[in-house]
Design a protein around this ligand. Structure first.
Ligand SMILES: Cc1ncc(COP(=O)(O)O)c(C=O)c1O
Length: 393
């Protein structure tokens, strides 16, 4: 008979696009006793999570909760609830995840009005406005942090256009929530979703979402019922709101973990957390540049601090180098997606991992690898550049 040994996962430093390592406090919360879904203790946990999520999303939206599932479940919940058969949606496509929104909208029966840009650049608000003008779209969908390119999409102009044309604004904040400034109410975002495993600093498995009153009204006035029963937010909310009507068994341990991760964010303060991501991301860039490496995103203003895309130096093998980083230094970084496969690495500094120690550790490992392969790097130069930047802050 096959023997199944105890599971002993290796300890890795997860500096890819997520999941990231989590605070031991979050891991400890996963081992707390499981309670039933009608336990008043759990009701308290649900209330805390909703209140803490409102803080992180910077919103007073009543309808704010974590969907059971990963970021893609959040995407499906936002899209399937807001988009009906035949609805036109203007979608900003600037990378792999913009394209995923397209796929989900099509499956919901919606018609996509694409607004595209070259991967590595930000969407132009003017083009979104043109698309709105020339269509019957009532929804605009964009990705805030495009994890495939490392671009942080500015939202102000797009939000203004959405307001002017009375369109609903749907934003993918899977990579940005908890890491980059995003103020749902301040910008007037109508539907926003994220994931637990990146800048929120939790394990994968939950997808926070929030819907504005305007979005809620559209959902309440749908002509047809949602095809998806599991992701029908009006059914799910009956459990999360005061009524506590059973919908599906909540992932109790994951909810404990998310509550702890959000509590940590509350203790740190959301603005300080945004700043921490920005500072560590910029320090990493200084170090990479000192190693002679080039960044994919040329415009500094739109670089996503928690996810840096760096071009793989000519002469280094993508897979072999990432394997070396993993096996010799215990560090995971991400490879490129789609057309960037084999061309870029994606380096994440997210949540618990966005700290100086990790920046310096990665830079020294990269320095050793580059040196071994004959690149003209000077000893300690990258760490020095990153440290000098950090000291100047
Ligand atoms: C911007 C963006 N949207 C959506 C997703 C999908 O999230 P998940 O893999 O958690 O389902 C990801 C995943 O990395 C992402 O980066």
């Amino acid at each position: 008979m096959q023997e199944y040994g105890e599971l002993l996962p290796p300890e890795r430093l997860l500096l890819g696009p997520g999941p990231a390592n989590v605070d031991p406090r979050v891991l400890r919360s996963l081992s707390l006793p499981v309670v039933g879904y009608t336990d008043p203790f759990l009701y308290g946990v649900l209330d805390d999570i909703q209140e803490l999520l409102r803080y992180v999303f910077q919103t007073s939206n009543r309808l704010t909760l974590p969907v059971s599932g990963t970021g893609s479940a959040g995407m499906e919940m936002a899209v399937h609830n807001l988009v009906e058969e035949g609805d036109e949606v203007v979608v900003g496509i600037a990378g792999f995840f913009g394209d995923r929104i397209v796929q989900v909208i099509k499956r919901a029966g919606g018609k996509v009005i694409p607004v595209e840009t070259e991967w590595g650049r930000a969407l132009e608000a003017e083009k979104i406005e043109d698309a709105l003008k020339n269509s019957n779209a009532e929804v605009i969908a964009v990705v805030h942090g495009e994890t495939s390119t490392g671009v942080l999409q500015p939202l102000e102009k797009i939000a203004k256009i959405a307001k002017e044309y009375d369109a609903l604004l749907l934003v993918d904040a899977v990579t940005t929530l908890g890491g980059s400034e995003i103020k749902v109410d301040g910008l007037g975002i109508d539907a926003c979703y994220s994931c637990s495993q990146k800048c929120l600093g939790c394990t994968p498995g939950l997808a926070p979402v929030t819907f504005s009153k305007k979005a809620y009204d559209k959902i309440a006035n749908r002509k047809k019922e949602l095809r998806s029963w599991y992701l029908d937010v009006r059914l799910v909310e009956k459990y999360w709101s005061g009524d506590r009507v059973y919908h599906h068994t909540p992932p109790v341990s994951m909810l404990y973990a998310l509550r702890e991760a959000l509590r940590i964010i509350r203790e740190e303060g959301i603005e300080d957390r945004w700043r921490r991501h920005e500072t560590t991301g910029r320090a990493l860039i200084r170090g990479l540049e000192a190693l002679g490496m080039a960044l994919l995103v040329e415009d500094e203003e739109i670089r996503l601090p928690q996810l840096t895309t760096v071009l793989i130096p000519n002469g280094l093998d993508d897979a072999a180098t990432r394997k070396e980083l993993l096996e010799r230094y215990g560090i995971e970084i991400g490879g490129g997606l789609g057309p960037f496969k084999g061309k870029v690495w994606r380096i994440g500094l997210m949540g618990y991992n966005a700290n100086v120690k990790n920046v310096l550790h990665l830079l020294s490992a990269l320095e050793k690898i580059l040196k071994k392969h004959g690149f003209p790097v000077k000893n300690g130069e990258a760490v020095k550049a990153a440290s000098e930047y950090l000291e100047s802050r």
